[in-house]
Design a protein around this ligand. Structure first.
Ligand code: 5AD
Ligand code: SF4
Ligand code: FES
Length: 375
């Protein structure tokens, strides 16, 4: 007999209430969701996983998000910025090992000196890698001008999580000031598209006050925004943050993990050709967290390239893994893990979002058709 979940999984375009039912699926129904997501992934994406070498460039941040361990007001961490040489060393390692893609991430800084330093670094990365690396930036909200300067200097993709699509909840987990404005963040995501970046966003799952309806709305938000990449992870409390006071009202870690897995699976069914990250935060909760995420729809992993001496100071959340490992150790660890679950690592390939490529093709086709019709 067909169950409600069977019916839902046949639907062309999932509705809000269908998504909520899937997020609440248990037992056999939950397994059906995961099986369906795995089939969609196999059909549209295949079993390749792409590496994005993550360089946590600096933990300086002008913002004070109430959940984040490197927020400006946290005085319990040593602040650092990698030297240009250290960044370029990490880039050379990634280039040599055929990672093909990099993510340059830091707290949010908008000073002209920071902007220029990033521009310079992008140009140098281009030179030493013969423009062969797909560069992703994750440097917070920036002006249109800065975004286009960095694009021209060689960046292809940009990650800016919306954190939650619920404006009320957004207000509860951020300070009330202009620097932490939901609509400002939303506009920056729109500017990324205008600047022709591959656009990535994402949310945290299991935040205090967050409901299953909010999570369904997050998934609908990704679809509405037609994004190319999504990174979602469970919210993990950090002692030195204001949100820590709500630790007793949270879902258990395993419930947050399970909901994140379901979010990934449902998203894969909704947006078949986008890139989805198996986030490091998932591994914090479950030793096989990233593998589980890959098996239900994710296709991207971000091996850490940050020099070991800095890693303990980039703790956005507690118990982040790989603190004692150098880049080469994460590489062999991940190779073994990918082998175990039958995923092939797409060494030497950019692994761009197929969604982005398909949209570009459509745009070219449109232009060609318009041109043809003009002739
Ligand atoms: N738990 C999980 N994820 C977090 N991030 C920041 N703080 C936490 C936390 N306590 C995530 C945010 C941010 C990304 C870089 O890290 O989603 O966008
Ligand atoms: Fe800064 Fe990002 Fe942390 Fe917010 S989440 S405090 S912007 S590093
Ligand atoms: Fe860093 Fe496994 S990925 S040690």
């Amino acid at each position: 007999m067909l169950s409600c979940v069977d019916e839902i999984l046949k639907s062309e375009c999932l509705s809000r209430s269908e998504i909520i039912t899937l997020l609440q699926a248990q037992g056999k129904e939950r397994t059906k969701l995961f099986t369906c997501a795995a089939e969609v992934k196999q059909k549209y994406i295949g079993n390749k996983v792409y590496f994005r070498g993550l360089i946590e460039y600096s933990n300086l941040c002008a913002k004070n998000c109430l959940y984040c361990g490197i927020r400006q007001s946290n005085k319990h961490i040593g602040r650092y910025t990698m030297t240009e040489n250290e960044v370029l060393e990490a880039v050379r390692y990634a280039y040599q090992e055929k990672y093909a893609s990099l993510v340059l991430q830091s707290g949010e800084i908008n000073t002209p000196a920071f902007i220029d330093r990033i521009t310079d670094m992008l140009l140098k990365i281009g030179t030493i890698t013969h423009h062969s690396m797909g560069i992703t930036l994750s440097l917070g909200e920036q002006s249109k001008k800065t975004l286009s300067t960095w694009k021209d200097a060689g960046a292809r993709r940009y990650l800016l999580r919306i954190e939650t699509s619920n404006t009320e909840l957004y207000r509860k987990i951020h300070p009330q000031n202009k620097l932490h404005d939901f609509y400002q963040r939303l506009n920056t995501i729109k500017s990324l598209r205008e600047a022709n970046y591959q656009v990535g966003t994402g949310v945290m799952v299991g935040l205090p006050f967050q409901t299953v309806e909010d999570m369904a709305d997050d998934l609908l938000f990704f679809r509405e925004m037609d994004v190319d990449m999504v990174g979602m992870g469970p919210y993990i409390e950090h002692t030195d943050t204001p949100l820590y006071q709500y630790k007793n009202s949270l879902l258990s870690l395993s419930e947050r993990f399970d909901l994140t897995l379901k979010m990934i699976a449902i998203l894969r069914i909704m947006m078949k050709d986008i890139n989805i990250v198996a986030s490091t935060a998932m591994q914090t909760i479950d030793k096989m967290g990233r593998e589980k995420a890959l098996l239900v729809g994710a296709n991207i992993i971000m091996p850490n390239l940050t020099p070991r001496k800095y890693r303990e100071n980039y703790l956005l959340y507690e118990n982040k893994p790989c603190l004692d490992e150098e880049a080469y150790q994460c590489k062999s660890c991940l190779e073994a893990r990918m082998h175990l679950i039958g995923c092939e690592i797409g060494y030497g390939e950019w692994g761009d979002s197929k969604h982005f490529e398909n949209r570009q093709d459509l745009t070219t086709e449109d232009t060609e058709n318009t041109e043809k019709s003009l002739i």
